[in-house]
Design a protein around this ligand. Sequence first.
Ligand code: CMC
Length: 422
Amino acid sequence: MPNSVTITDNRTGQSVEIPIINDGVAVDEWKKLLPGIWFYDPGLMTTAICESSITYIDGDKGILRYRGYPIEKLAEQSTYLEVAYLLLKGELPTSQEYDVWVKDVTRHTFIHENVRKRFLDGFHYDAHPMGMLVSAVAALSTFYSDAKDIFNSESRWKQITRLIAKMPTLAAAAHRFSVGMPYVYPDNSLSFTANFLSMMWKTAEPRFDANPALARALDILFILHADHEQNCSTTAMRTVGSAHADPYSACSAACAALYGPRHGGANEAVIRMLQDIHTMDNVEDFIKSVKDGHGRLQGFGHRIYKSYDPRARIIKQTAEEVFEITGKNPLLDIALKLEEVALSDPYFLDRHLYPNVDFYSGIIYQAMGFPLEIFPVLFALARTSGWLAHWIELLDQDSKIIRPRQLYTGKDIREYIPIDQR
Ligand code: CMC
């Protein structure tokens, strides 16, 4: 049986056979047969916008792999910086390469004093830290004029190192501003995650030593969030990157996409939902209201995963380890009951709605002391490595500028009527 599809234009009787390659059909042959006829695909539900060798997902089987490595193995045995290297370079580093990479990232953790003192201090006192991050990442492009040199591999790698290194510093600075605490400079004697926790929580002590188990749990969460192929924010990164904008501007666009409650803002929305539900007794009523169309069960459902989200399974396990140290988050019982009720209800089963990565991540973050507003910032910090991996891939593929078509449904040509006659 040929591995192809045949399309016939019934208006002319002409046909074209298009081979199926990597589960997809290229548009070139279609375009030859049907010029000017566009695929109508809102939400790009059935459109592959690129070829990619970074992340593999099988949504039906609940499989997630970075560069061929199962997420479960990476979460168990790797570190966030090692995974970032893997995503960016395509291979796990040797121990020597890893040491150089960690040293390079550590060397770039500081941000320019003007970003901190003038730019971040200029925000309104109650600015959302994610809004601050979106702007601060874009502002970085004005500090590194060499960032525009995107086809110079040395410069490209420098910007990547800077972005990975400075995201925790910006994230922590946004938090410190929002709670009126003085900024904490990076401590380059600490690991990537321990340094982030130090910048978040250090007060008067000369050195902040995070609980190693909590630092490790956060590192695992960062690994789980590092990439997820063509999601909304990565597509924003690719779209802006395809115009050959510098990586800071493209990353800022990706952060902005991630800010939305349908995407990276969902972990914040989950906690607000659990707080609203308030007690276990209200769970059944809440599920009923969702089924009646009053809002969504936050942290449930996924465009790709239709059996379960493998990240949610790992997070649930990490949550138990965190709660042994922090004490149980009282919202956990409501979340567990919610999951139990939803997963025995045909509404959710028929629609293949299961807990996603955000259902439990917020509960862990909250138990670790992170305020709700910082949750999407944590997601952005971790996803930066994935965004940049896609950015490199896009530039190396020398891809076209992303410029989709539309089906115009507006008015036909009309007579312009001067304002005084309307
Ligand atoms: N609660 C209740 N019903 C839902 C939910 C939900 N969370 N998600 C989907 N549905 C229903 C939806 O109403 C629709 O029902 P019907 O066929 O009767 O109209 C059906 O399921 C299909 O939904 P959809 O909106 O067409 O699915 P989608 O693939 O476009 O949306 C989603 C995916 C993640 C945006 C959506 O499931 C959602 O809004 N979930 C809640 C927000 C959330 O947790 N987002 C985090 C996603 S994971 C992190 C990330 O990668 O960003």
